[in-house]
Design a protein around this ligand. Structure first.
Ligand code: CAA
Length: 288
């Protein structure tokens, strides 16, 4: 199977990343099946995509007929077995190793075409560990998108020790030519390229606030106005989700045992308190 043969795509997980990936696939003209845990979650994912498509129309990035056609290409389901005929499945569930390994083992039994590709959008977990729960580790690869997926042009392609060279080539061509993204290649190390650089920076900003060194607003303003970042580190942590930032930090710390990756206590307390950032209405900042 070459990249241009990939027409039927499945996405597992309809949170901000999964919904974003489904949206870019549908906008690229693909038959897109989005699988969520239950009916209400599937409906919420579809609504998230509709809102994002409307935002693209309002911002002049997409005409209304194209937005409507994209939404029509997305089917939602709560049955994992509906993914049986997919040529590419992208897993985008919560950043939890046990959940992801169980899912890959299930997908291996469900997806019928032996040439299909099973990809993960994990931010930091070893792709190899997911591949080894399947009988087709050579067809398992990392395909890591960035939030907001319809806006940010990058995809990291993560190749494991078992990923077939043709699979890496096919998903690279798929992300580039079909989805219109720009690809960088990474070996299978916690954090890949971007999060290995980004997360220590976010953690430093959290430690700065935690120690009373500067307020969250001033830390963000410093990086926005002093370094021209589109958003400061604490706003960005809120956008990513503080639970996700904590999970990535824990994976990085597990892998490298370097103090710069250790999640600060304030981050862990906020996660335990449910102050997860933008999606919860409150993190380092508050949201409507
Ligand atoms: N579809 C298509 N385009 C859209 C869109 C949509 N749904 N929504 C917005 N856009 C476009 C807008 O048209 C605009 O484009 P132009 O600049 O060409 O006009 C652009 O996106 C910015 O949109 P807005 O002006 O509405 O919003 P903004 O200026 O407030 O920017 C932001 C918002 C894009 C989130 C910006 O602040 C940003 O890029 N922040 C940094 C995000 C970032 O670093 N993400 C990476 C997180 S790390 C990660 O995701 C990996 C991980 O594993 C944790």
């Amino acid at each position: 199977m070459s990249a241009t043969d990939i027409r039927r795509v499945g996405i597992v997980g309809g949170g901000q990343m999964g919904a974003g990936i489904a949206e870019v696939c549908a906008r690229a003209g693909l038959d897109t099946l989005l699988c969520e845990a239950n009916g209400p979650a599937a409906t919420a994912a579809r609504e998230r995509i509709a809102v994002s498509l409307e935002r693209a129309v309002q911002r002049g990035k997409l005409d209304r007929p194209s937005a409507e056609a994209a939404l029509d290409r997305i089917t939602t389901t709560a049955e994992l077995t509906d993914l049986a005929d997919r040529q590419l499945v992208v897993e985008a569930v919560t950043e939890d190793g046990d959940v992801k390994t169980a899912l890959f083992a299930a997908l291996d039994k469900i997806v019928e075409d032996p040439a299909a590709i099973l990809a993960t959008n994990t931010s930091s977990l070893p792709v190899m560990r997911l591949g080894m729960t399947t009988g087709r580790a050579d067809r398992v690869v990392g395909l890591h998108f960035f939030n907001p997926v319809p806006v940010l042009p990058l995809v990291e392609v993560v190749t494991t020790l078992h990923t077939a060279a043709q699979v890496t080539a096919d998903v690279t061509e798929f992300a580039t030519d079909t989805l219109g993204k720009t690809v960088i290649q990474s070996r299978d190390r916690a954090g890949f390229v971007v999060n290995a650089l980004l997360v220590p920076y976010l953690l430093s900003a959290i430690r700065m606030t935690e120690s009373g060194f500067a307020t969250a607003t001033d830390v963000d303003r410093g990086m926005e106005l002093g370094c021209a970042h589109p958003m400061g580190p604490l706003k960005l942590a809120d956008l990513i989700g503080l639970d996700t930032v904590a999970s990535i930090a824990e994976s990085l710390y597990d892998e490298f045992k370097e103090p710069l990756y250790a999640p600060p206590p304030l981050l862990m307390r906020m996660v335990e308190a449910g102050l997860l950032g933008r999606k919860a209405g409150r993190g380092f900042h508050t949201y409507d």
